[in-house]
Write a protein that binds this ligand. Structure first.
Ligand SMILES: [Zn+2]
Length: 388
């Protein structure tokens, strides 16, 4: 505990001019002074001056000597001390809470999850508190927590006035979740939309590190979308996201629950994939079963998976055509369709985009704890930005 407190104190008292150095080391990991100076556009003299107090304060350490691959000179890479500060990430779904404890560099130290009988604010706070206690016992106490869920967690008017949030998925209206969780956990809490937080985590600690322009598309219970241009997240409203989810891909396609024929949601949500398979199977399968039967050559399940993968390809083409970003990350519960039927995704992409050269589609393996890590990154970014 006292080591954590002194680490926070050290962060708070770090010279402001040295904060870009800390931020760079948090995001990009250990690196030589030469690389660091080049990235930050500093002379080696300035860099040495900036890093000295950071090393003295124990925020940054020098690693063992290694030899520069270019000029062969000995160098001692600098590394931010990441494991003295821990962050809690909580991802809420309608039936489960996922929790992780991470270091300052978003490395997962411990993970837990627990079912919810109903996602009422009271039950969520109680369960999140129990998970936080277990993680603290396993890995240490966090200095801050991030919590994410599907819903508009960042509507400015709400946040500024009373911090009340809405979530259709959780059935919440005007819930002061940040304050409730901060009271229970005893640390500062930060609330964010789950897809936006996941995109933030990939920008700092994942596939999109160093990529200024990228999009994230998530598929599961619903369709999620986040877009970064020039290194910044484009702000989207619930209405914008609704339009993205229900863009028409094929006017002759299946029907979504909102009554659109052939919209994105009618193809790529878990429910849509199951509905398409159920029509041919005359019973309601599980998602895993559909994937397994499709892989085994079952024509009905294979067609349901093919359609979803094709639709994802079309959605990617639409994103690239409209925004010019060339890096698209796919994530979420239903993302396996893109892995098992990659050729169909490519066919959908090629159907709506002539020049597919240079388009990088990264399919992230599904794991709910990845979303909880995204929540922890909300707290990490707040910590680093706070210092900056
Ligand atoms: Zn629709």
């Amino acid at each position: 505990m006292s080591s954590q407190r002194s680490a926070i104190e050290a962060w708070r008292s770090a010279p402001r001019t040295a904060l870009p150095v800390l931020r760079e080391l948090v995001i990009h990991g250990p690196q030589s002074r030469t690389d660091l100076a080049r990235r930050l556009g500093l002379s080696s003299g300035s860099l040495t001056r900036l890093t000295k107090p950071l090393v003295a304060a124990g925020l940054v350490v020098e690693r063992d000597v290694r030899h520069d691959p270019v000029n062969g000179r000995p160098t001692r890479p600098l590394e931010v001390v990441a494991d003295r500060l821990l962050f809690l990430g909580l991802k809420l779904t309608s039936d489960r809470v996922y929790a992780v404890l991470t270091t300052l560099r978003a490395e997962i130290v411990a993970r837990e999850s627990a079912p919810l009988t109903a996602p009422s604010p009271g039950e969520v706070v109680a369960e999140a508190g129990r998970l936080a206690d277990r993680l603290t016992a396993a890995g240490g106490a966090p200095v801050a927590a991030g919590v994410t869920f599907g819903g508009d967690a960042t509507a400015p008017a709400l946040v500024e006035e009373s911090e009340l949030v809405d979530s259709g998925i959780l059935g919440w209206q005007r819930v002061p979740i940040r304050r409730l969780l901060a009271d229970r956990l005893g640390v500062p809490c930060f609330v964010k939309n789950d897809v936006a937080a996941l995109a933030d985590s990939y920008q700092w600690f994942g596939e999109a590190r160093g990529v200024r322009d990228f999009a994230l598309v998530t598929v599961g219970d619903g369709v999620g979308y986040a877009l970064f241009t020039h290194g910044r997240a484009v702000r989207m409203t619930e209405a914008d996201l609704g339009e993205f989810s229900h863009q028409i891909l094929d006017p002759g396609g299946p029907m979504c629950p909102a009554g659109h024929r052939g919209c994105a949601a009618s193809y790529v949500t878990t429910r849509s994939i199951l509905m398409t398979a159920a029509q041919g199977m005359r019973r309601f399968p599980t998602y895993r079963e559909v994937l397994r039967l499709a892989a085994a050559g079952d024509p009905v399940c294979r067609e349901a998976v093919r359609q979803a993968a094709w639709a994802l390809g079309v959605m990617i083409a639409n994103v690239v055509n409209a925004t010019t970003v060339k890096t698209v990350i796919l994530a979420g519960e239903a993302v396996d369709v893109a892995r098992v039927r990659r050729a169909d995704l490519d066919a959908g992409l090629a159907a709506r985009r002539r020049d597919v050269a240079g388009i990088d589609v990264a399919v992230r393996a599904h794991d709910f704890h990845d979303w909880a890590r995204g929540a922890a990154v909300v707290a990490i970014r707040a910590h680093v930005a706070d210092a900056a």
